[in-house]
Design a protein around this ligand. Structure first.
Ligand code: HAM
Length: 420
């Protein structure tokens, strides 16, 4: 059998590529509007970064990382997420010494060894932003608004912003003890996964999708009843900002997120339109991460959106209105062998002026070139044959109206650029 792409990875091409370009453009524009700087980190890092940063007991570190030893014997991992690498970079380059607030955004591939299905891949892509340096609710709100604006500007609407507070680490340890005690009493009714998890990572039982767990969880003590005044006030202030900005949300007391570095606000953008993969994006405040990684105390908040899921959601919402892209660019057709070389030179001249030009590379008949021009969906077809070569002209056909004019070869661009 011929070699195929690795399970859980996808090739992106053709019409889908245009959707990616548009998504990337929207992210860039929104990030710039919020004054975030792009940051690119390597695709692999020391394994230790994720073990410590994301947390030993998480699914990501426990069973989803692509970890390998390189030829020098170092343990490396293909990045499963971007927050730990951004914090590593921030510390390594002392970014906060230069500016006490770092607003950074990124887009790129991530790797998780999960069971592939629609919307879940082993190589997937995230767009995200991290606001580092502020402990205040304005920073949380800014990050949520940035994510919300990106989704809205891309044109998706059928999602819910779910939000919760995990409080401080003291709040969580008190709650954790109460939750473990409760789960122990109901251990027999829990799924096997949750029984395994309930001591190491009991909060994850709260957002289990297993019906048996959901029934138990419905009776469980709620984290919000354990929140201290400062945590409550922080959450309240973020919600007031969201209300003022007109961003709808739903407080979900069971939302805990699957990564260990969070405290205070956590949030997720969820949808019913993508089957079981219901999270399009998520994030939260992760004040503990800098000290976990040895960088002292440093408040931070951020989010990531899954680009594949965002595009799938857009497709689901716009299934009936998928339209053919507008005709664009010029096809230059050589009529007869004599014209082939001049056509290539005219094409180069036009390309240098910014015109999108296609030419025939298969030495096809005129009829076959016309067919090709239609397939390429160009706005104009320029035809150059023997008589045009002799008097330095070209026939320019408007592919939309069918109208044809003869112009000097040096004037082709004035006709076609008018339309661009
Ligand atoms: P996460 O919830 O693990 O958070 O991932 C964010 C988003 O990435 C998900 O909501 C989903 O859209 C997408 N995603 C995750 N796994 C897959 C997959 N296997 N296939 C396709 N899409 C996937 C984080 O990664 C955190 N770093 C977010 C964050 C940033 N928190 C603070 N700052």
């Amino acid at each position: 059998m011929s070699i195929q792409a690795v399970r859980g990875t996808r090739d992106i091409h053709g019409e889908e590529m245009q959707k990616w370009h548009r998504a990337e453009q929207v992210f860039r524009d929104v990030a710039v509007a919020f004054s975030y700087q792009e940051y690119r980190t390597p695709i692999f890092e020391q394994t230790e970064l994720f073990k410590r940063g994301v947390g030993q007991d998480t699914d990501i570190v426990g069973k989803e990382m692509y970890t390998f030893e390189d030829r020098g014997g170092d343990s490396l991992t293909l990045r499963p997420e971007m927050t730990a690498p951004i914090v590593r970079a921030c510390m390594e380059h002392s970014l906060l010494h230069h500016n006490p607030i770092q607003r950074l955004w990124y887009a790129g591939p991530q790797f998780r060894y999960d069971r592939p299905q629609k919307g879940r891949y082993r190589q997937f892509h995230q767009f995200g932003a991290e606001c580092i340096g502020s402990p205040h609710p304005e920073a949380d709100a800014e990050i949520i608004l940035l994510a919300y604006e990106a989704l809205r500007r891309y044109g998706v609407t059928s999602f819910t912003l779910e939000i919760n507070s995990l409080g401080t680490s003291d709040v969580r340890s008190a709650y954790r003890a109460a939750l473990i005690a409760f789960l122990e009493q109901h251990a027999g009714q829990l799924s096997e996964d949750s029984q395994k998890r309930m001591h190491a990572n009991p909060l994850r039982v709260l957002d289990s999708k297993d019906e048996r767990d959901k029934t138990v969880v419905a009776q469980a003590p709620l984290l919000r009843d354990y929140l201290d005044d400062a945590s409550r006030a922080h959450m309240e202030a973020v919600l007031v900002l969201l209300d003022a900005a007109g961003v709808p949300y739903r407080v979900n007391p069971y939302l805990v997120r699957g990564l260990d570095y969070y405290n205070h606000i956590v949030f997720e953008f969820t949808t019913d339109a993508l089957g079981t993969q219901n999270a399009i994006g998520g994030g939260g405040r992760y004040d503990p991460l800098f000290s976990i990684l040895g960088g002292g105390e440093q408040p931070a908040v951020g989010f990531s959106i899954g680009i594949e899921r965002m595009i799938l959601l857009h497709d689901a919402e716009h299934a009936d209105t998928a339209e053919k892209p507008a005709p664009h660019g010029v096809y230059i057709s050589a009529i007869g062998d004599q014209a082939r070389l001049p056509v290539q030179i005219i094409a180069l001249r036009l390309r240098r002026k910014g015109v999108h030009v296609v030419t025939d590379l298969l030495r096809r008949s005129v009829k076959a070139q016309m067919k090709d021009a239609n397939r390429e969906n160009v706005a104009f077809c320029v035809m150059i044959g023997e008589s045009e070569l002799a008097d330095q002209t070209a026939v320019v056909k408007n592919m939309i109206t069918g109208e044809q004019v003869t112009v000097e070869q040096g004037n082709i661009e004035s006709v076609v650029l008018q339309h661009e």
